[in-house]
Design a binder for this molecule. Structure first.
Ligand code: ADP
Ligand code: 5GP
Length: 205
């Protein structure tokens, strides 16, 4: 019998401190796995140089964001270093219901909400090899001023305390290694009996 396509996509959550390399590893992952839908978040943060509206984020005002919260349009949201960030519920549901895997790149409070609302989600935490390297990467990226970098480094220590909430821990020592580990996790998740068996079941069995 030919297996059917998955009826429900897998919700994948990627978190880690700012500067750990999440965006870099995500870009690499999506170049290898173009069947994954990357969720474009809403944020009240200002675009960085090179960021485009609708590509990296949907950039909105604080009033627009608070309207979305009130109307219940967000699967999760959080405040991070003075800005709001959140995920559209409707867009995620549409893709998951169409059998497409969805990747959320979100911080730890949002990940905790997702875990509570969608216990079957796969949570992956990406860490730099050391705190010194994290600081080097944030300074090397040169996208934020010193006060913002210090805020992000302080936030990183709080985020590390949430690691036990996650299913997998990936150390981003090199981008190809980290990407390969995440791809291996996704392959293993796709082999779970609860994922595979329904693909072979017909109405008769
Ligand atoms: P995040 O999305 O987690 O905030 P980025 O992907 O923007 O982090 O990466 C932060 C900086 O670190 C960028 O300048 C990026 O090029 C660099 N970087 C990412 N991964 C690595 C790595 N494995 N080794 C060295 N530098 C890295
Ligand atoms: P940045 O400003 O560096 O793009 O993102 C700051 C933090 O917000 C990162 O940890 C990033 O993963 C997180 N983030 C981005 N989008 C969302 C979102 O939709 N929800 C939540 N909770 N966090 C997000």
């Amino acid at each position: 019998m030919t297996p059917k396509k998955k009826t429900k996509g897998t919700l994948i959550v990627l978190s880690g401190p700012s500067g750990a390399g999440k965006s870099t590893v995500t870009a690499e992952l999506l170049s290898e796995r173009d069947d994954i839908y990357f969720s474009v978040s809403f944020t009240t943060r200002k675009p960085r140089v090179g960021e485009a509206d609708g590509v990296n984020y949907h950039f909105v005002s604080k009033e627009e964001f608070e309207g979305m919260i009130e109307r219940g349009e967000l699967l999760e949201y959080a405040q991070y270093v003075e800005n709001y960030y959140g995920t559209s519920l409707k867009v995620i549901e549409e893709h998951l219901n169409a059998g497409t895997d969805v990747l959320l790149e979100i911080e730890v409070q949002g990940a905790a909400t997702v875990k509570q609302k969608c216990p079957e989600a796969v949570l992956i935490f990406v860490m730099p090899p050391s705190f010194e390297e994290l600081s080097r990467r944030l300074h090397g990226r040169a996208t934020d001023d010193e006060a913002v970098i210090q805020g992000r480094l302080e936030r990183a220590l709080e985020e590390y305390r949430q690691i036990p909430l996650y299913d997998y821990l990936v150390i981003n020592d090199s981008v190809p290694n980290a990407t390969q580990e995440i791809m291996s996790i996704l392959v293993a998740e796709g082999c779970r009996v609860k994922q595979r068996l329904p693909m072979f079941q017909t109405g008769a069995n």
